[in-house]
Design a protein around this ligand. Structure first.
Ligand code: ADP
Length: 879
């Protein structure tokens, strides 16, 4: 066994599950052996060699004062780091692991985003799920089915997940968990055991709470919650006490918004990474907690009409009170993240400046409440939002902090100068004595100068000599006998005297007692703040909600949004806009009418004409209405939906490198299973990921099922014109299309939605826009007009056969030598196109050959695209 310090390190490392161990050795925290090599690489630290009992080990260290900064770096990269501190015992040292810092339990955050710690266990019919934010004390637990679990994981985006013992043997789920950004930590199996977990949860929140939030029978939720609590406790950062409130959450009351839909609608992040998400656009919050609230609301729309009306009433009042609103936001901006400060107080890591921030934030709430009361906002439910929870307790705490804390305390809580005069009698006496002694010291030099008539006499203090009297060499002969020389410098000598030494001891005593007492008083004060953690969390929530509502009002005013009306049935939107796109381009507003008898719209129109923008804008308007916001429309009447489901085109996903058709079908399956009559479903091209026959058949069948069985409100954009025929068979289906203006061969997308189907795809126009070489575009126009004249397109009837027929025809016509083989293709009257054929060069000939040989039923759109690209390249080279 390895002995000495490295041996001790390796033994401690054995004790912990953490990835890395930092062990205190005097003024440094050291990493040894493999850990040293690792942090050397990760943190760019110098790795040296430590010899120990004949062997040599890699060693890397960081100074005590820099440990926190390095820990943050390691933990934010997903590592768990155990920290062993060193203690003096009987003249020697002992070391023990004091805490484990992990991604989900790191208290010091570099940014404002919440980073959650989650636990997942398997139960009979689903999963137990618990999630906590240790920095704010937020804690939820529930049971979910597997889709809901994925949705919640996406929504919370935990930094660290504790998989229960059963989950660890479920390869599928593990795979999913690994696909998140979270660190998976294998917490002790016993912590997930039902009895143990229930005990932990009851201890923490009280049995009454557990049953009042309906978790009594929810073994899965309890097991997950218990595991989270014991993990937080074990990692030893002391914040367990800040988790005062177990919040129920019931996904049933909220609107189903699966992970795919949150992504597709680009609620909080964009799909390609570029551009702006809905959150980016609507966020005008002035505090980080307000920003978090807005984000949470966007990801968790609700159906509860009273709550929606309450929020919208607040937004409406705020839109109408410009002055009060701006005053409010200015005041809010002076507050701090008080829920986080409360957690720091609970864990004992808050310093005097943190407590001053608590005081200032309490004052902010008071000022906000006054602004609301003294303006027209006082009549709105906003008054209830900022009505200070337990006002007297908040006032008392604010007063106490105010009288106790000095105005400009240092960051250290050990150096004194943190408590205000007049707060504590004994401290005041100490301070007085201390200052008297300091005054005596300050005046000593002047006194001695005149008593002894020595000009070059001064006093000073440093670490090694303490207080001293210094006399320049020219006058050292003059010093009296009672001066004891303590040091000789080049130009001067230093002395002490008995009286000076006595005063010095007195000053040191005062200093020590003063800083001890100040520290003690401060710790008391911090504990009283910690006891008020729950109150402070309430204050934080009130301020955050106020900020979020004001932000929605600001956006509504600046962009001319209106209050949606909640109705019994249907969705009726006049002049609606896309909240993000309207910020970027001159937007053409559009209407939407979905009613019981007209609940399914098939939307056709050329590529790039605005189909998917139209569908998304309507989904977003519905979603915004269901977070209590105003919406980008002249008028909106919306009956709240119970879920929003989306499926967007395979091509969009290709950009993200996901396997397409399988994903598309599993998303479709999910929608067909989960959506209800009260849901809103958005389908942007179904079945494109496979060959044409397959694609149309699947799209056709899915439409029938959604229409007949699910009966969800549906918007379905498709380029399969065949599907417009559905309106004849299914009574609630209506066709709409994006209008196109075509004059003198010039095509303009009007971006307005009109009733009825379109029969043209304007593919040639899009090819032109995309930069396909002019001769090819020209020739395509020729071919197309011939085909039209041929009325071949009229054969458009009910199946993919048509598509192949048209395709064959195209190839024939392109060659200009159409034959009559197919029976439906060109005949004699097309001989007139011979002149065109003369112009065809060998490259074009070979491209046409390729075109002819292509069987589109065997190819996916992507493969087809690749072929077309190759043909284009050939043509370019041929030119
Ligand atoms: P499609 O789904 O039909 O292929 P998109 O919805 O992706 O078309 O829209 C194509 C482009 O047109 C988008 O870049 C968008 O900015 C713009 N656009 C769409 N709808 C409108 C509108 N109503 N007003 C202005 N521009 C729009």
């Amino acid at each position: 066994m390895t002995e000495g310090i490295v041996g001790e390190f390796l033994a401690l490392k054995e004790e912990t599950e953490a990835d890395l161990l930092a062990m205190q050795c005097g003024d440094f925290y050291e990493f040894f052996a493999d850990d040293a090599e690792f942090v050397g690489r990760e943190l760019d630290l110098k790795v040296s060699k430590k010899s120990s009992h004949g062997s040599s080990y890699p060693m890397a260290g960081v100074p005590l004062s820099e440990l926190t900064a390095y820990l943050k770096l390691l933990v934010e990269r997903g590592y768990r780091v155990a920290v062993a501190d060193q203690y003096e015992v009987d003249g020697g040292h002992e070391r023990a692991i004091e805490r484990v810092v992990t991604p989900g339990t790191l208290l010091e955050r570099t940014n404002a985003d919440a980073r959650y710690l989650a636990a997942v266990v398997e139960v009979d019919e689903g999963y137990g799920f618990a999630v906590a934010d240790v920095t704010t004390g937020r804690f939820h637990a529930t049971e979910l089915d597997s889709d809901e679990l994925l949705t919640e994981l996406y929504r919370f985006d935990p930094a660290e997940i504790l998989p229960g013992p059963d989950v660890r043997s479920d390869d599928d789920l593990l795979e999913r968990l690994r696909a998140t950004d979270a660190t998976l930590s294998l917490h002790a199996t016993e912590a997930f055991a039902p009895g143990r977990a229930r005990h932990a949860v009851n201890e923490q929140f009280g049995e009454a709470t557990v049953s009042s939030v309906g978790l009594d029978d929810s073994t899965g939720a309890i097991r997950a919650a218990g595991a989270v609590l014991s993990y937080v406790d074990e990692t030893g950062i002391g914040v367990l006490a800040s988790m005062t409130r177990l919040q129920p959450y019931d996904t049933g009351g909220s609107v189903a918004l699966d992970a795919t839909t949150q992504r597709n609608l680009e609620l909080t992040e964009t799909m390609g990474g570029g551009g702006r998400s809905l959150l980016d656009v609507v966020d005008h919050t002035v505090t980080s907690a307000g920003g978090r609230t807005l984000r949470e609301r966007l990801c968790r729309p609700i159906q509860e009409e009273n709550e929606l009306a309450r929020r919208a009433d607040c937004v409406e009042a705020l839109t109408g009170a410009a002055l009060a609103r701006e005053r409010l936001r200015e005041t809010l901006g002076d507050g701090y993240d008080v829920a986080r400060l409360a957690s720091k107080a609970v864990s004992g890591s808050a310093d005097a400046r943190d407590l001053l921030r608590v005081r200032d934030t309490l004052a902010v709430l008071e000022a906000v409440a006054e602004t609301v009361d003294s303006s027209e906002l006082g009549d709105s439910p906003l008054a209830g939002v900022v009505e200070r929870p337990d006002g007297t307790a908040a006032d008392r705490l604010a007063d106490e902090l105010d009288t106790a804390l000095a105005e400009d305390p240092p960051a250290s809580i050990r150096e004194g100068n943190i408590i205000r005069r007049g707060y504590h009698e004994e401290l005041d006496d100490l301070i007085e004595g201390h200052e008297e002694a300091l005054d005596w010291m300050d005046e000593l030099a002047a006194r001695e100068q005149s008593r002894l008539d020595i000009t070059h006499l001064s006093t000073g203090r440093n670490k090694t000599d303490g207080y001293y009297i210094q006399v320049g060499n020219s006058e050292t002969d003059e010093v009296p006998d009672e001066y004891d020389e303590i040091k000789s410098l080049k130009n001067a000598k230093r002395y002490t005297t008995e009286e000076l030494a006595e005063r010095e001891r007195e000053i040191f005593r005062f200093e020590e007692r003063r800083s001890d007492l100040e520290h003690e008083l401060f710790v008391d004060l911090r504990e009283r703040v910690a006891e008020r953690a729950e109150l402070l969390q309430d204050v934080g929530r009130a301020l955050a909600e106020c900020d979020c509502l004001a932000s929605l009002a600001v956006h509504a005013v600046e962009n001319g949004w209106t209050r949606p009306e909640l109705v019994e049935s249907g969705i009726d939107i006049a002049a609606g806009r896309h909240p993000v796109v309207e910020r970027e381009v001159e937007f053409v507003p559009n209407d939407l009418a979905l009613a019981d008898e007209r609940g399914f719209l098939v939307i056709t129109g050329p590529n790039m004409s605005g189909k998917s923008t139209y569908m998304r804008q309507n989904a977003l308007i519905t979603l915004l209405a269901q977070i209590g916001s105003f919406v980008p429309a002249e008028r909106a009447r919306i009956s709240p939906v119970d879920g929003i489901y989306t499926r967007v085109g395979a091509l969009d996903e290709l950009a993200q490198g996901r396997s397409t058709f399988m994903v598309e079908m599993s998303e479709l399956a999910n929608i067909l299973h989960s959506a209800t009559e009260d849901s809103l479903v958005i389908l942007d091209e179904v079945g494109r990921g496979t060959a044409t026959y397959d694609g149309i058949s699947i799209a056709w069948a899915a439409t029938e099922y959604l229409h007949n069985e699910v009966r969800a409100k549906t918007l379905f954009a498709t380029h399969y014109h065949e599907l417009t025929g559905l309106a004849e068979h299914l009574d609630r289906v209506a066709n709409v299309h994006v209008a196109v203006d075509e004059r003198d061969g010039e095509v303009t997308f009007l971006r307005t939605i009109e009733e009825g189907a379109t029969d043209r795809s304007y593919g040639v126009h899009v090819a032109d826009l995309a930069g396909v070489p002019e001769p090819v575009v020209e020739r395509s126009r020729d071919v197309l007009s011939k085909l039209r004249a041929e009325k071949a397109i009229e054969a458009r009837g009910s199946s993919g056969e048509t598509v192949q027929a048209v395709f064959d025809l195209g190839a024939e016509a392109f060659r200009g030598s159409a034959s009559a083989d197919g029976g439906r293709t060109a005949d004699g009257e097309h001989e007139s196109s011979d002149d065109a054929a003369d112009g065809i060069d060998p490259t074009a000939e070979s491209v046409v050959e390729g075109l002819r040989a292509t069987n589109i039923d065997e190819l996916s759109p992507v493969e087809l695209m690749a072929k077309v690209e190759r043909w284009q390249e050939e043509l370019d080279d041929g030119n």
